[in-house]
Design a protein around this ligand. Structure first.
Ligand code: HH2
Length: 260
């Protein structure tokens, strides 16, 4: 899953893809390099980010989604917590919803995905992007995240989303310390055993900067490669990444080893 952020303030690619033509060209480049899904987001969820109103999110998203839809044929996901935004995105040709709140922020989200018959990614986050990094604490982070995702998947199914249209994601960096992120990545198999496809977003995130002493997110792709390979080895199925050409090779080797 290639990342396309249409935001002025995303931590790695903020402001780079706001122009529809450039965004479409970047999406096409990611697909040519092997991206099977392009994830388009118009609200930053980085720690401390302030939420934007749906009109602002849509004004950023709509022209870009239109251009990207013309440019590539792979499924497009819309990274949003708002049903009103998701509804317009689906009408503009998006194929699935990536909701980092797992349907908690907007009660209409799960029903929308059910009636539109589209898959949804349910991600674990503690609190909101604005508050999530304020001293996060868990008794057992792996058990907490797995229980949360099991419960949210059950809620999604009760809303009418079929089992095979649900993807779960541990939410690396969303209300977690370095140790929490490492424990989750080390125990991804526990989440895989829930039975839903697992998505993982480690690309260029802060924990890699901490481990490798790399303040600049753009310099974190080698660290990202290690995390992606280890996630694949434990059964992760969707890897949300910025550098698609590099991670395509990481996936090719990691999946070949797993398959052997
Ligand atoms: N991480 C980010 C955004 N959306 N979605 C899923 N399913 N999983 C993730 O780990 C995830 C996500 C944050 O990264 P990014 O989009 O690169 O930055 P920002 O939130 O600043 O736009």
């Amino acid at each position: 899953m290639g990342i396309l952020n249409v935001t002025p303030d995303s931590f790695s690619d903020g402001g780079k893809w706001s122009d529809p033509e450039r965004a479409a060209a970047h999406a096409a480049t990611m697909v040519a390099a092997g991206a099977a899904i392009v994830d388009v987001g118009a609200e930053s969820t980085r720690p401390g980010a302030t939420p934007v109103p749906p009109e602002v999110e849509l004004a950023r998203l709509r022209p870009v989604l239109r251009a990207v839809r013309q440019a590539v044929r792979v499924p497009l996901s819309v990274d949003t917590m708002k049903a009103a935004v998701a509804r317009v995105a689906l009408a503009e040709g998006a194929d699935l919803v990536n909701d980092v709140s797992a349907g908690r922020f907007d009660a209409a989200m799960l029903r929308l995905c059910a009636t539109e018959r589209v898959p949804i990614v349910l991600m674990h986050m503690r609190g909101t992007p604005r508050t999530m990094q304020h001293a996060p604490r868990y008794r057992d982070v792996v058990a907490t995240v797995v229980a949360f995702l099991r419960q949210r998947a059950a809620v999604a199914r009760r809303a009418g989303i079929p089992r095979q249209a649900i993807v779960v994601d541990p939410g690396i960096g969303f209300g977690k310390t370095l140790q929490h992120n490492l424990r989750l990545l080390a125990n991804l198999g526990t989440l895989v055993r829930l039975g839903y496809p697992v998505a993982v977003g480690v690309s260029r995130k802060g924990f890699i900067g901490q481990l490798c002493d790399r303040p600049d997110p753009a310099s974190r792709d080698w660290g990202t490669a290690a995390a992606v390979a280890l996630a694949v080895a434990q059964g992760a199925r969707i890897l949300r990444v910025h550098d698609v050409p590099a991670m395509r090779d990481v996936l090719a080797v990691a999946t070949a080893v797993v398959d052997a």
